[in-house]
Design a protein around this ligand. Structure first.
Ligand SMILES: Cc1ncc(COP(=O)(O)O)c(C=O)c1O
Length: 456
């Protein structure tokens, strides 16, 4: 065993021992749930061994059944206004006595659609779905129907939900046939290009222009919050317009970077945009918004229309919560949490510098990521992830994240997508930075062994 492996093994023992001491009830519940639910926990295990069971959430805090409290910097990639926002609670409570589902056009849906059209320059009409994945599935279907073409091009490094075509990835060593359960011929209709690679993207679009229905991208790639470089999104807009390809933005998580979403932030008007849980204020939601001539395909009054109906789409609770959320998220409120996100990023940079650890803290406003890298600039999520997943560094950072949870701070893997919600105050930023610093001090000797380039 190398010295690095030994240090990792010892640190893992320590982290796991603390976790078991903190969460005995959760452990018991997880073991019992495994009898009835595959894996026991509903989402991926967010700790090395088993997750803690939630008791309640409030504001920017999660509370587990063992009495632990965590500052939530992941928010399930959803409610930017934190958990259990009083305005959302009030809106939903007011809706309950009016009924849960009517199968009539309910009041509220029209108002929400109007709000979105007035708020987002590229949105002329809105269609309702239940979640982000479904919004994407229907947006792709509409783009195919509109253009009469089959292929879509995904910009790699983003995540656009779990609909087959949207989640296709090129085969790799871990998944030589692509993601399990996808038909093998999925890739006949899905092309890939790298984020910020104008040349490669241009070539892929030009070569397939006659078959290409849509280009799918996020305005800022959630996978590492890597911003567009040198006008990459403007370039995407120009080239898709040139070849009559539908440009679809994923605003499911990053809508809140600016009042009108990432389209407004980077001054680009996509043809269609998909929204979801980010808007829902904590409740399920899915929306597609965009150009009237494409959106017309969703109209139930049209003979030539796409199938985009499910029983509960635009459910009144989700609509009430989303409307409340949009009202809370004024331009001033967004500016405030963006400043808070920048102050978190500055704080992390100072810690890295102080401890002599190399890395980049990048993103925009309320959405930041830490990249453990020697590079001066991070431009490609795929290249970054390849580097982050090298054994040793990957293990050290996974333990670092688990140690943060032990210290009461929840993040996603690899310190990606650190999310500032509106209830977070200076006090929490302070606590997060203190926990992060302590964690970096703990893994410093490990990094020295497993990733010496990163440590001065
Ligand atoms: C950027 C992005 N797009 C799409 C989705 C899918 O949304 P949903 O989970 O509501 O289906 C997610 C979910 O995390 C996301 O982060």
């Amino acid at each position: 065993m190398s010295k690095g492996e030994e240090l990792l093994a010892n640190y893992e023992k320590e982290v796991e021992a603390t976790w078991r001491r903190m969460t005995p009830k959760s452990r018991e519940l997880c073991e019992r749930a495994e009898k009835y639910i595959p894996g026991g926990a509903l989402r991926s295990h967010s700790t090395g061994t088993y997750p803690s069971y939630g008791e309640r959430v409030d504001g920017c805090y999660q509370y587990d059944v063992d009495g632990n409290r965590y500052i939530d910097l992941a928010l399930g990639m959803t409610s930017i206004i934190g958990h259990n926002h009083p305005e959302v609670a009030r809106a939903v409570q007011e809706q309950v006595p009016k009924g849960l589902v009517s199968f009539m056009p309910e009041l509220g849906k029209d108002a929400l659609a109007e709000m979105m059209c007035k708020r987002v320059p590229s949105v002329e009409k809105v269609w309702f779905a239940l979640c982000g994945s479904q919004a994407f599935m229907w947006a792709i279907r509409a783009a195919r129907a509109f253009t009469g073409r089959d292929k879509i091009l995904k910009i790699r490094g983003g995540y656009n939900g779990t609909y087959d075509d949207a989640m296709a990835t090129p085969p790799n060593d871990l998944q030589p046939m692509g993601p399990p359960g996808l038909p093998r011929n999925t890739l006949d209709n899905v092309l890939f290009a790298n984020w910020n690679d104008k040349e490669g993207t241009e070539k892929a679009i030009r070569e397939h222009k006659d078959d290409l229905a849509a280009v799918l991208t996020e305005g800022l790639q959630t996978g590492g919050t890597i911003p567009p470089r040198d006008g990459y999104l403007t370039f995407l807009r120009e080239i898709t317009s040139k070849y009559g390809v539908v440009l679809i933005f994923d605003e499911i998580v990053n809508f809140w970077l600016a009042h009108g979403g990432t389209g407004e932030l980077y001054d680009v008007k996509p043809d269609l945009s998909c929204y979801g849980k980010g808007i829902g204020g904590g409740l399920p939601m899915g929306l597609i918004g965009g150009r009237s001539d494409i959106m017309k395909l969703f109209s139930q009054g049209e003979k030539f229309r796409v199938a985009a109906i499910v029983a509960h789409q635009g459910d009144p609770m989700g609509v009430a919560a989303s409307t409340a959320c949009l009202n809370v998220m004024t331009a001033d409120e967004i500016a405030r949490i963006n400043a808070m996100g920048e102050s978190l990023a500055d704080g992390i940079r100072s810690i890295l510098e102080e401890l002599g650890i190399r890395g980049q803290v990048i993103g925009y406003g309320n959405h930041q990521s830490v990249h453990m890298t020697t590079a001066d600039e991070v431009v490609d999520p795929v290249a970054y992830l390849g580097a982050a997943n090298t054994p040793g560094l990957k293990d050290a950072m996974a333990l670092y994240r688990r140690s943060l949870i032990n210290k009461g701070v929840r993040t996603l893997d690899n310190l990606m997508a650190l999310r500032i919600s509106t209830p977070i105050s200076e006090k929490e930023i302070h606590a997060v930075l203190a926990a992060m610093r302590e964690g970096f001090v703990e893994i410093h000797p490990i990094l020295k062994e497993v990733a010496p380039d990163l440590v001065a």
